[in-house]
Design a protein around this ligand. Structure first.
Ligand code: ATP
Length: 248
């Protein structure tokens, strides 16, 4: 186990409702400071993998029945979401999940609720989020439910940043967004990664954009990793071109 792997997922099986086997032995490593992409089509098991890591599986009657998940070399396969957040891992769910009745700024502040470093630090980080997402500053007094899909996606990422995470699990950030906006969001993810040192594991069906921004990729099919490699190699791989890059 290399020391620079923040996260090590080793041969995990996930079963829903005691019977439905969805992950059939998934292994992956996430190096500290990198952007790692989890790719694959609808139902391949990307979201399930992220939820296994964050601990959100339990609320969906899912369970890791085999293998291990280690964060900083400590087993977390049975940790609950509050515990993983304390360790510095936060998941941004697919479909965004902002609180519709709160303003953008109130949503961002909810991301800081577990912090104990005081109001000044929280205000500084709010400013940091607004620097990355100028659009959120403009919309800070708007009720989230009345903002656009792109703004809500930004709000969800911003809220995750407000907890000062070490790693963000980002589920399908491109979903439902126009290509130009997808590009913009990935650019921001890249600068947060480079400037704040936040590690990303992101699930994407949009192979094309994910492989341009990620450093390393894993391709899932029916609950198994069928290919992995540096993003640059995957982009040039004939099978990837044929089966995945054509799609997006
Ligand atoms: P998507 O992009 O559609 O979210 P995905 O690669 O993230 O796809 P998952 O959401 O992890 O895939 O789903 C993998 C499989 O697990 C699918 O066959 C799905 O039907 C099944 N599944 C997901 N959640 C549950 C659940 N709560 N109970 C039972 N089966 C589930």
């Amino acid at each position: 186990a290399a020391l620079d792997n923040l996260l090590e997922v080793n041969n995990i099986e996930v079963i829903y409702n005691h019977v439905i086997l969805v992950l059939k032995g998934v292994s992956l490593n996430v190096p500290k400071g990198g952007i790692t992409a989890l790719l694959g089509g609808n139902g391949a098991g990307k979201t399930t993998t992220l939820k296994a890591i964050s601990g959100l599986l339990a609320s969906e009657r899912g369970e890791v029945t085999k293998g291990s998940i280690k964060y900083r070399a400590e087993p977390i396969q049975h940790a609950d979401p509050a515990d993983t957040v304390k360790r510095g891992v936060v998941q941004v769910m697919e479909g965004r999940h902002c609180f519709e009745h709160l303003t953008i700024e109130e949503n961002l502040l909810t991301g800081a609720y577990t912090r104990k470093d005081g109001n000044a630090a929280v205000q500084r980080d709010l400013e940091m989020v607004y620097e990355y997402f100028p659009r959120l500053r403009e919309r800070r007094r708007s009720q989230a439910g009345y903002t656009s899909g792109g703004e809500q996606q930004m709000c969800a990422i911003g809220r995750a940043l407000m907890s000062r995470p070490e790693m963000i699990l980002l589920d399908e950030p491109s979903m439902g967004l126009a290509p130009q906006l997808v590009e913009q969001i990935f650019e921001i993810v890249k600068s947060v990664n480079e400037q704040e040192g936040v590690t990303f594991l992101l699930a994407e069906q949009n192979t094309n954009v994910a492989l341009r921004f990620a450093h390393y990729g894993y391709i899932l099919e029916s609950g198994r990793v069928v290919m992995d490699g540096p993003a640059k190699d995957l982009r040039e791989n004939q099978d990837v071109k044929e089966f995945y890059l054509g799609m997006s």
